[in-house]
Design a protein around this ligand. Structure first.
Ligand code: PFF
Length: 466
């Protein structure tokens, strides 16, 4: 007899867990940087359209597939009678795996900053760029050492994660998000007020609301698509796993709307905090300096607000919660697959995969500042290039694995399983789905065509990798 799958303990529990997965480092650490590179307001507009027309329907698709099959993301396709689509689930698992490798390391940086603000805030304020790069083993003028500080904190972050995962779905993930999410939201509002009133932030604010199409290319669309999917936790089939824990009484269409709205709001808030803060504090030359964007620029925001150091600690603590709940969703989905597919034991599996992912992630951290570790990339315009390993990992997930898995899901539901089945799943228990027709058109034609076009054109016309 089949073992009963765990289910979410309450309605709000699921929404918070899905939002907990979606809201994370992607919103605060990645989004503002991407928005800046993509021309501010123009990127924002493209991003919003993508969330509305591609992201939300895809999230709904994944949730309905997961709930219909009630199993892990590879087994899903077999259970629904289409085994040959298992590759979609495998790419999803692969994507989740690669993301977790680096996610746990950036989570470690956040932990470092919690402690940093608590114990040595003046040092951060004195030279926030230096503080950030020091953590990554960079010691000025090309002098580098092994980034043991960053690695140590990443190890702690990953251990925390594994401990929560081992305790199971309900007790771990659900409880976790109930307080953290609303608190993060509130704090972001406070920071917004401080950031946009900093001297010099107006230029940044203006940048975020003006449309600069000269910076927009197919590559910007791919970056926005990858970012939107990443931020919503779709295209790695996480929502299939989460949907499989959902009872039939849940209105998944409404839940999708709530989660998408929450995630997007947090990203936009972060963009409107960090980009103006960057303009106000780092100055022209430092703008666009990659990974440290969020970490470095916020120092001045905290320094120049009453009780700033306290807010600094609280902010990074909340970001830590957000990062943990996202990372947990990634690990949970990998572990659910491995334990159900190979009948492996949960505890041992969690510990082993976490250890492997952490080790691979060390290359990510080392390539940030300390060592010249490279990946390989290709596009028609630039040919073969050798980007830093950290960029390579993010490009691999955001620009290939996530869009391809999302495309596979659309084709599966749009053309093989058929939107009618997804709609029937959404309309369980007398729930009416008013946008059923629009949804069908989006999942059948609009989403697959848009994803395919953006993917192909971006590689044909060249990426921004140097
Ligand atoms: N959505 C998370 C974030 O924005 O930080 C990251 C993430 C979590 C991506 C889970 C993918 C995923 F499946």
């Amino acid at each position: 007899m089949e073992k009963k799958r765990p289910q979410w303990g309450s309605k709000i529990g699921f929404i918070l867990a899905a939002a907990g997965s979606a809201v994370g480092l992607g919103n605060i650490w990645k989004f503002p940087g991407r928005a800046f590179e993509g021309g501010g307001g123009s990127f924002l507009l493209i991003y919003l359209l993508i969330v509305l027309f591609l992201g939300a329907p895809l999230m709904l698709t994944e949730l309905s597939v997961g709930r219909a099959s009630q199993t892990n993301i590879v087994g899903t396709f077999r259970r629904l009678g289409h085994r040959r689509f298992s590759w979609v689930g495998l790419i999803g698992i692969g994507g989740a795996f690669v993301i977790t490798c680096y996610y746990c390391h950036v989570g470690g940086w956040v932990l470092r900053y919690v402690l940093g603000y608590a114990t040595e805030a003046p040092k951060i304020y004195a030279d926030s760029i230096d503080y950030f790069y020091n953590m990554l083993g960079y010691h000025g003028e090309g002098a580098t050492i092994f980034p043991w500080v960053a690695i140590l904190f990443a190890a702690i972050f990953m251990t925390l994660n594994a401990v929560i995962i081992i305790r199971g779905v309900e007790s771990g993930i659900e409880k976790f998000n109930k307080i953290g999410m609303p608190a993060l939201f509130l704090l972001l509002l406070i920071l917004l007020v401080r950031a946009v009133t900093l001297d010099g932030s107006q230029a940044g604010l203006h940048y975020m609301v003006s449309l600069d199409w000269s910076k927009v290319s197919f590559d910007t669309f791919l970056a926005a698509l990858g970012q939107a999917f990443y931020s919503l936790s779709i295209g790695v089939s996480i929502m299939i796993t989460y949907g499989s824990y959902l009872p039939r009484t849940e209105n998944i269409a409404r839940n999708t709307a709530v989660v998408c709205a929450m995630d997007t709001l947090v990203a936009i808030l972060a963009g409107f905090i960090i980009v103006p803060a960057v303009f106000a504090t780092l100055g022209e030359q430092q703008i666009g300096k990659g990974g440290g964007f969020a970490f470095v620029s916020l120092a001045k925001v905290f320094e120049q607000m009453p009780g700033g150091t306290f807010f600094g600690v609280v902010f990074y603590l909340l970001l830590l919660f957000a990062a943990l709940s996202s990372c947990m969703s990634l690990v949970e989905s990998i572990v659910a697959f491995l334990t159900e597919h190979f009948s492996w034991q949960r505890k041992g599996t969690t510990i082993s995969v976490c250890a492997v992912m952490f080790c691979i992630g060390c290359l990510y951290t080392c390539s940030q500042a300390a060592y010249p570790i490279k990946g390989v990339w290709f596009d028609a315009a630039n040919g073969i290039t050798f980007p830093a390993f950290c960029d390579f990992m993010e490009f691999l997930t955001d620009r290939i694995m996530i869009p391809v898995c999302a495309l596979g899901c659309c084709i599966f539901v749009g053309w093989v399983w058929k939107p009618e089945k997804a709609i029937a799943e959404i309309e369980q228990n007398g729930i009416r789905f008013g946008l059923a027709r629009t949804y069908s058109i989006l999942v059948k034609y609009v989403a697959p065509l848009a994803i395919l076009t953006i993917l192909v054109m971006s590689f044909a016309t060249g990426s921004t990798l140097s």
